[in-house]
Design a protein around this ligand. Structure first.
Ligand code: NDP
Ligand SMILES: O=C(O)C1=N[C@H](C(=O)O)C[C@H](O)C1
Length: 320
């Protein structure tokens, strides 16, 4: 070493080097965090025997995440195995749900459950996931929604995304109506509301999305309107002739029209969201799974909320 160099600070101690070292350590930590949250998320979908569960199973695989090869199905399911994009999924009866989920949670500590079952069991399933401490995305509609949300909020060990609507653009419309009602409460005072929704004939309940959006119309001041006032179309002929549903989508469509009319009949507003197929819900569900996983494992301290909805997921900017 030359005499001049002997007077220079050792490179490992120079301020510039230390700053570079800190930058490099920060970058490595961020890469480690990113690796953790972009590694495949293990997902159990109940029930892959149903239409939405099946579509979500395929979307999980398509997204490069891990679809676990089991699914809790209904009590009367006629087959043992269903095929999701080439992957066989073993169907498990509801009475084996607790032991299955307990085992899967041990094997996959970052397990997230997705539920697309039936309104009659939505509360029982949510209570089960809460008691098992497994995070879940609840797409199933109906049941007692207040009790469902209260169960998640009160639960000690779990977190959930609960929403009747997972389609990004419909969620954005829902958020817009909610914002409008908060910004301009009473803007539609005394207007008359009518709502008609058409779905496949197998849908057993009233649209959960319509119910959620009607809440905003109530806050905007419309004349008394109960959820029971929502008109349901389940007859395929009416879906085609009256609502304009293409015949190819009779087995999977969701057409909603909300009409607001002023007290003297001189002003009218109409809002529509018409969805054919199930792709936007399946993709949104995967976005919700990744959002929940990121909340739980992607940041120091974990999730800040117990209960999220799809407006939270949309606001996080993570919907594709
Ligand atoms: N959040 C959103 O964006 C969306 C929500 N949905 C909602 O998702 C739900 C499911 O819709 P969809 O897939 O069309 O309905 P399906 O009837 O096609 O599927 C429901 C499935 O749940 C099964 N099931 C019944 N009981 C149980 C049980 N105890 N445990 C596990 N599975 C059970 C049924 O089995 P079986 O037939 O043998 O009884 C059936 O396979 C509905 O509430 C619907 O409104 C739908 C689309 C989008
Ligand atoms: O059952 C369906 O199909 C749908 N259910 C959800 C609801 O009830 O709001 C969402 C969409 O309408 C499709």
């Amino acid at each position: 070493m030359s005499a001049a160099a002997a007077h220079l600070p050792h490179p490992l101690q120079s301020p510039r080097h230390n700053a570079a070292l800190r930058r490099s350590m920060r970058k490595k930590a961020s890469i480690r965090r990113a690796a953790m949250i972009t590694s495949a998320v293990p997902v159990l979908v109940n029930s892959c025997a149903g239409k939405m569960g099946h579509a979500v199973g395929e979307a999980v695989l398509e997204s490069g995440n891990t679809l676990l090869p089991y699914s809790v199905a209904g009590p009367d399911v006629g087959v043992d195995v269903v095929n999701c994009a080439g992957q066989p999924i073993q169907l498990v009866p509801p009475e084996e749900a607790v032991s299955l989920i307990t085992r899967l949670k041990e094997e996959h500590p970052e397990l997230i459950v997705v539920d697309y079952t039936v309104p009659a069991i939505v509360n029982a399933n949510a209570d089960m996931y809460c008691s098992l401490g497994v995070p879940f995305v609840m797409g199933t509609t109906g049941g007692d929604r207040d009790a469902l949300k209260a169960a998640v909020t009160a639960s000690e060990a779990t977190h959930a995304v609960v929403a009747p609507q997972m389609g990004k653009q419909v969620v954005a419309f829902q958020a817009m109506m909610q914002r409008m009602s908060e910004m301009f409460p009473g803007a539609f005072n005394d207007y008359t509301l009518s709502v008609v929704e058409s779905h496949q004939k197998t849908k057993v309940d009233t649209s959960g999305t319509a119910k959620a959006i009607v809440e905003s119309f109530r806050a905007l001041g419309v004349q008394p309107f109960d959820d029971d006032d929502i008109e349901l179309v389940r007859n395929p002929n009416d879906s085609v002739d009256r609502m304009g549903v293409p015949e190819t989508y009779l087995d999977g469509h969701a057409y909603h029209t909300y009409r607001l009319t002023s007290p003297d009949g001189t002003v009218a507003f109409e809002f529509q969201h018409n969805v054919n197929g199930r792709a936007i819900y399946a993709q949104g569900t995967v976005d919700a799974v990744l959002f929940l996983h990121r909340q739980l494992y992607g940041k120091p301290g974990g999730a800040t909320q117990k209960l999220y909805d799809m407006i939270d997921v949309l606001e996080a900017g993570v919907m594709r």
